[in-house]
Design a protein around this ligand. Structure first.
Ligand code: FES
Length: 172
């Protein structure tokens, strides 16, 4: 005797016989392929960042730029600022000691995460991949960053803090 219409399997099930278990199963090969594609995408984006940095080096900073009044940043504190040119470049100003100031680009030289001064360590930290830089020179102390942080010269005059491009001898 033929089954009632309501009991019969819908015809699409026999036309497309997919088992739920097979439909959601991810084979080892598929997973490895996914991982391969993912790491390829990461490698490409890293390569793009490096190529862009080589092809479009940072522009020279012309003249002095006022940052902040000297008494607004206590010893041991960091002050974030930007210089507006063709691009907005973020920097950090660090009041290291009495009459000792440092200014660095805030973009980590690894993958451009924002770095910050850690007063407790007296170092600059990149929290993205545990990168560390010297707060005195910007040199890499630990982690994946390939280069020191670009540094500006700090000039304090009449209670005001200015920054300007570091001269070649100072960079050496
Ligand atoms: S982005 Fe700074 S350590 Fe990776």
């Amino acid at each position: 005797m033929a089954k009632e219409d309501s009991e019969r399997e819908p015809s699409w099930k026999s036309d497309f016989p997919i088992e739920t278990r097979r439909g959601t199963h991810v084979s080892r090969r598929e997973f490895a392929k996914f991982l391969g594609l993912l790491s390829g995408a990461f490698a490409l984006s890293n390569g793009f960042i490096v190529i862009r940095a080589i092809a479009f080096p940072a522009e020279k900073l012309e003249g002095e730029h006022f940052v902040v009044n000297e008494d607004e940043v206590a010893v041991g504190e960091m002050f974030q600022f930007e210089i507006h040119g063709d691009k907005h470049i973020p920097y950090i100003l660090i009041h290291l000691e009495e009459n000792e100031w440092r200014a660095f680009e805030q973009k980590c030289t690894h993958l451009t995460c924002a770095v910050r001064y850690r007063k407790d360590e007296n170092k600059i930290e990149c929290p993205c991949h545990n990168g560390w830089f010297s707060a005195d020179t910007g040199a890499v102390l630990q982690g994946p960053p390939p280069r020191p942080l670009p540094q500006l010269e700090v000039v304090v005059r009449d209670g005001k803090v200015y920054v300007k491009e570091k001269s070649k001898d100072q960079n050496a």
